[in-house]
Structure formats: structure tokens, C-alpha cells
Design a protein around this ligand. Structure first.
Ligand code: ADP
Length: 487
């Protein structure tokens, strides 16, 4: 069996460089060990007038391989900054108010999907299976079917899937979801995401669920939940070894005995950084004993800065941190250290182990791997406390964390104070329970379970050959760059 993974970008393993995003963190070790081919954009762009088959460059990655495709510059902006990150991402995170769409963005999205499909044909050996990742490639399976590919094609959504009421604000929602029925298997992070998708199929498209499968004129699509995990033992090992790395030693020395509270996120409105800072501010105001004895280190890597909403957020957060520090700081103590940069996984693991409290408070998150990494990095003899948003996918599994509603700033401030002062017995009890969960839902297991479920759809695919279905072509509009893009 040849397994072909597809995502927007691929990642190469570099021990000292940051991994930006949960998808790369999850797929890289899986590809290295499984022998799969991982296909994504090369980051190099070509002239869109070139109608030849898109070229893929192939290199080894452990026992697997990376194949990168040059995509056309003309459509990539409307696809990536446009429809994927200024339309789909906000809706999937229940922020339809942040949709910014330009004419041509949807067409560009469909076009990139079909170009990627053409690039994949060369990998369609009779025993191949395709596993497509994330919201960039929702319509890819329909394109593959149109090209005559009958092999199993699965999809996994790393983000949340919103309620039907939110999804209907998505331009072209019906066409997109109908196209997704070309997948044999659609995987979600949580049961709630799966149930939201199923409800849309039933109430908006009038389809009937038969157990966990939906039958449509496009064939059978199975819906299932696969909560993504991490390699907890490897992360724990990395954290224990990183404790003597120069940056980690410097961080520890700089605390002067104060307790460290840590946050590590991509700078994104879904991560709830604003309410996190406000809660920390309130905790300091309500509990002056925390002054000088606690410090917050927030690492917020810039992401998608070419999009206006993200640039604006960056400015707002910098101003808010300045405000809070201005209010509470003393000549030799500053409450928040705010860094817009990334760190390699090893150093990050050492930082997590140094922190008494991990603040993971997204307003909405598919899973949130940082929550799991924080837990895995702790010293078993003196573990820290995870303060976790109830709206992170991880909250369903990590119910021993101190869970908070990130919109309730007062409750979050109380949780921070509680976490900082939590006695060892309780910290240990909560951490042991969470570690047990991490050990029983590893990344390897996530990968293997999904692949087995996709393989099991083969029988259904044989019974109902999707290639004989007339797939409607998506609307292909002329791409006209907007005079001043909305994003
Ligand atoms: P998302 O996929 O939305 O970015 P996740 O929490 O699921 O969120 O995954 C983030 C991944 O990227 C984690 O593996 C984390 O360690 C890494 N990461 C996030 N922010 C940083 C950072 N500032 N420096 C280094 N790695 C980071």
C-alpha cells in the first residue's frame, strides 16, 4: 500500500528550528516513520499560463518522502490569504464576523485544488490511498474523482467544525460540503465537530445518516472522530534533556525565584491572547501577592502577517502588553515578557518544564497540541498546572486540567491564582491523570487508526465506483485581482 498525504505546506525536520503549527508537528514524525509520501506546496510559484502537469520535486524524509509542487502565483494569493485564511479559517473558528472575501478568491481556491489533484495523479498506483489534510483542500477529492481516481481518499480536518448556524455564513457552503462527499472518510478532532458536520448534512442537504456513514448520489462517506495526539515520551525526554540548554538556563536564572507562567501560540485571534492578558492583569490587581513572585512569558510567533486582520491584532496585543506592563512594572520587575518569535521544539520543551503554569486559553481550537506538549514536558516529581480553555479540542480529553471559559476574565484570573498556589499533591494527581490520557492516545496511534479506517472504506469504494459519477465542475471565474484586497 502506498500512502499519499497531502497538506498545504510540508515541513522538514530541523532540530533547532521552530515548527509552526500543529499539522506540521503531527505529520513530520508520522511520515518519517511510516514510509508515506507527503505532498504540499514548494513555496515556489510559477506563471499561471503554464498548462503542463504541475512538477513535483521529490526528496527522502526518513523512510518516507516529501514531494513539493510549484503552484501558480496568480491563484495562490486568492487561495491562501484569501479563501482559506480570510474566509474558511474565521468561519471554522466561529468568527464569521471576520470574513474578508475578494472577487475571485473562491475560484482561486477551486483552481489550486484542481491543480494539486493533477499533481497527485502520478502517485495513483493501484494500491495507493490518499489522505488529505485540512481546510485548504476541501474540494480536492471531487477533483481527483473527476480525473478518474477511484482509490480510497480520506480527509482530516485539523480545525474545529462549527455549528450549522455559523456554517451557513460561509459563501459557497453548500457547494463545498457537497464536494466533500467525494471523500470516503472524513475525520474530525472531536465528536462535537463530527456532530456539527452531520447535522449540516441532514438539515441543510436533506441527507440521511446510516450510523456513522452518509449515503448520497456521490457514494458513501464515513464520518469519524480521531483526536490527534503527540509522542509524549519523546517530548518528555526532550524536556528533561533541554533543561541544561543555554536558553533554558538563562530563563531559569532570570526568574530570581519567581514562578513562571507560560503561553506559547501562533499569533492568531482564535488563541484568545487578548483575554489571557486581561485575566493576568486582573489576577495581579486582585492579588497583589503575585507581584514580583510571578512572571508571564508569552511566546507569540507571528503568522499570516500579510493578512490585515492579523497585522491589526499584532498591534492591539503589543499595545495591551505595554499597557499592563506600564501599570504594574517596577524598576526590577516586569510582569509580562512578550516575544514575537519561534523556538525549536527542544528549547520550547525546556521552557515548558520550567513553567509552574501553562496557559492555553483559545476561544476555539481544533485540538491544541501546545496543551499536550506542556503536560508531557513536566517534571514528574514537581509537575506544573495546565490552565485549559473548555473550547480547545484537547479539553475533551484533558479533563484533569484546570478548565476555564476564556470569555470569563474574572474566572480566568482566579484560575491563574489557584494554579500558581496549587499544592504538590493536587498538581501531581491532575498531571498523572493527564499523562495517562496522552500515553493512551499517541500520535502513532492516531495515524494508524486513521489509516486503518481509510483502508476499511475500500470495500465500499468497490461496491460503488465513484468514477462513474458525473461530478459537477465548480464555478471557474476569471481571476481578476481586486484593486484593493479586503484582507
Ligand atoms: P496551531 O496548529 O493552531 O498553530 P497547535 O497548538 O495545535 O496550534 O500547534 C502548534 C504547534 O506549533 C505545536 O507543536 C507548538 O509547539 C508549535 N509552536 C507554536 N508556537 C510556537 C512558537 N512560538 N515557537 C515554536 N513552536 C511553536
Amino acid at each position: 500500500m502506498t500512502l499519499v498525504l497531502v497538506s498545504n505546506r510540508v515541513a522538514r525536520p530541523k532540530a533547532n528550528e521552530p515548527i509552526n503549527g500543529g499539522l506540521a508537528a503531527a505529520l513530520m514524525p508520522a511520515v518519517t516513520a511510516s514510509g508515506a509520501i507527503w505532498v504540499g506546496s514548494s513555496g515556489k510559484f510559477v506563471d499561471g499560463s503554464d498548462k503542463r502537469e504541475p512538477f513535483a520535486e521529490i526528496e527522502a524524509l526518513g523512510s518516507g518522502a516529501l514531494a513539493t509542487v510549484d503552484l501558480p502565483a496568480a491563484q495562490y494569493r486568492g487561495f491562501y490569504q484569501g479563501f482559506a485564511n480570510s474566509v474558511l479559517w474565521p468561519v471554522l473558528h466561529s468568527r464569521a464576523d471576520l470574513i474578508r472575501m475578494n472577487a475571485g478568491d473562491y475560484a482561486a481556491y477551486c483552481e489550486i485544488n484542481s491543480i494539486m489533484a493533477r499533481a497527485l495523479v502520478r502517485f495513483a498506483k493501484p494500491d495507493a490511498m490518499f489522505w488529505i489534510h485540512d481546510y485548504h483542500y476541501m474540494t480536492l477529492a471531487a477533483d481527483l474523482r473527476r480525473l478518474g481516481i477511484g482509490q480510497p481518499v480520506g480527509f482530516f480536518l485539523h480545525t474545529p467544525f462549527p455549528t450549522r448556524h455559523t456554517l451557513v455564513s460561509l459563501p459557497h457552503h453548500r457547494e463545498l460540503v457537497e464536494a466533500m462527499l467525494a471523500y470516503d472518510l472524513i475525520g474530525f478532532q472531536t465528536d462535537e465537530d463530527r456532530a456539527n458536520f452531520a447535522e449540516y448534512l441532514v438539515l441543510e442537504l436533506g441527507l440521511t445518516m446510516r450510523g456513522d456513514a452518509v449515503l448520497s448520489e456521490r457514494g458513501t462517506t464515513r464520518l469519524a472522530t480521531f483526536p490527534i495526539g503527540i509522542d509524549a515520551a519523546a517530548f518528555a525526554d526532550r524536556a528533561a534533556r533541554a533543561i541544561n540548554r543555554a536558553e533554558v538556563v538563562r530563563l531559569r536564572a532570570s526568574l530570581l525565584g519567581a514562578r513562571l507562567v507560560i503561553g506559547v501560540d501562533r499569533l492568531d485571534y482564535s488563541k484568545g491572547l487578548d483575554t489571557r492578558f486581561r485575566a493576568f492583569d486582573l489576577a495581579l490587581r486582585n492579588n497583589p501577592g503575585l507581584k514580583r513572585t510571578v512572571r508571564l512569558l508569552q511566546i507569540a510567533t507571528l503568522s499570516r502577517s500579510e493578512i490585515g486582520t492579523y497585522r491589526q491584532l499584532q498591534g492591539e496585543l503589543a499595545a495591551l502588553v505595554g499597557d499592563i506592563n506600564g501599570r504594574h512594572a517596577e524598576v526590577d520587575w516586569t510582569p509580562i515578557r512578550y516575544l514575537n518569535r519561534g523556538y525549536g521544539q527542544s528549547i520550547l520543551a525546556g521552557f515548558f518544564r520550567t513553567a509552574r503554569v501553562g496557559l492555553v486559553t483559545p476561544l476555539r481550537d481544533g485540538m491544541n497540541l501546545v496543551a499536550k506538549e506542556y503536560v508531557a514536558a513536566q517534571d514528574p516529581a514537581d509537575p506544573g498546572v495546565l490552565v485549559l480553555s473548555q473550547f480547545a479540542g484537547a479539553a475533551k480529553q484533558l479533563d484533569a486540567a484546570l478548565q476555564v471559559n476564556p470569555h470569563d476574565i474574572e474566572a480566568m484570573a482566579r484560575a491563574i491564582s489557584t494554579a500558581v498556589a496549587m499544592p504538590l499533591d493536587e498538581r501531581h494527581e491532575r498531571w498523572t491523570a493527564m499523562m495517562k490520557v496522552l500515553e493512551t492516545s499517541s500520535l502513532t496511534q492516531w495515524f494508524a487508526t486513521y489509516v486503518a479506517a481509510l483502508k476499511a472504506t475500500e470495500a465500499g469504494a468497490r461496491a460503488h465506483d465513484r468514477r462513474s459519477i458525473a461530478w459537477p465542475a465548480f464555478r471557474r471565474l476569471q481571476i481578476e485581482p481586486a484593486a484593493s484586497p479586503a484582507y
